[in-house]
Ligand binder design. Sequence first.
Ligand SMILES: [Zn+2]
Length: 293
Amino acid sequence: MQNHTGEHILSGILHNEYESENVGFHLSDNTVTLDTSRYLTEAELLELEFKANRAVYANLEIRAEYLPDEELERLEYRSKKEIEGAVRIVTIGDIDKCACCAPHVHHTGEVGLIKITKAIKWKEGTRIWFLCGSRALEYVQTVFKNADEVARLTSEAPDKIADGVKRFNETIQSLKADLFQAQSGLMEEKIRNISDIKSDVILFESISNSKIQRNAVNALVERFDGVCGVFSTEDNTSYQYIIGSKNRDCREVGRFLNEKLGAKGGGKPEMIQGSVAASREAIIGALKETLDI
Ligand SMILES: [Zn+2]
């Protein structure tokens, strides 16, 4: 009854002040949604929420009555469809007048908090998720508990946590850039130090960024005539690989890995990439059958 009466309050205000009609309503155990005929901006939604709660504080009386036909003809009221027979009109102060036969609370104060929890563009209008009374309070408590946790983790006040999360993201981006530089430098150094004895070169690394891996393969292909590959892993049990060559068709090596180790991947003759769930030893063992490593 709290949620249904809350819907009347929101719909009445939308009708009276926003030229927007309630064109759909869904009530389930956990969610309540209301679809409006006109799109509402974020500012309008905040204002609507304020106005709906002001109607709650006013503790308006809610009346339900069956009116005779001649009175109904003169009356302006919201109705979703043409109703046959006696029409029950539910009146909430000057907020809403609507044909409805469902049960409602007696005064708007009983609705409690009306909280819009989400809104998205829906057809020509807006789909609004909202909660009333005890459900609204439980929702706010859950959100506040989460905000409090984020506040603790970011050392910000609960109403400033977005600033804290933005700062964290900036730090992560900056650290990622540093890591990229450091790993790129290490790979270049490592490639410089490989002896020229072999023509095929396969490296096993733990690289955080596939661009570094690709750059490394390109640098190897420039220096060595055979097949050059970099296998990258985080857990030593599965690898992401990139293999390149200027003289040999890499797809042959890819097919070989697929057949021997159940790898997945493919690409062009000059470069392939994919993944394989196998140990470093198993990969080396398999590749030794087709490469000079
Ligand atoms: Zn109703």
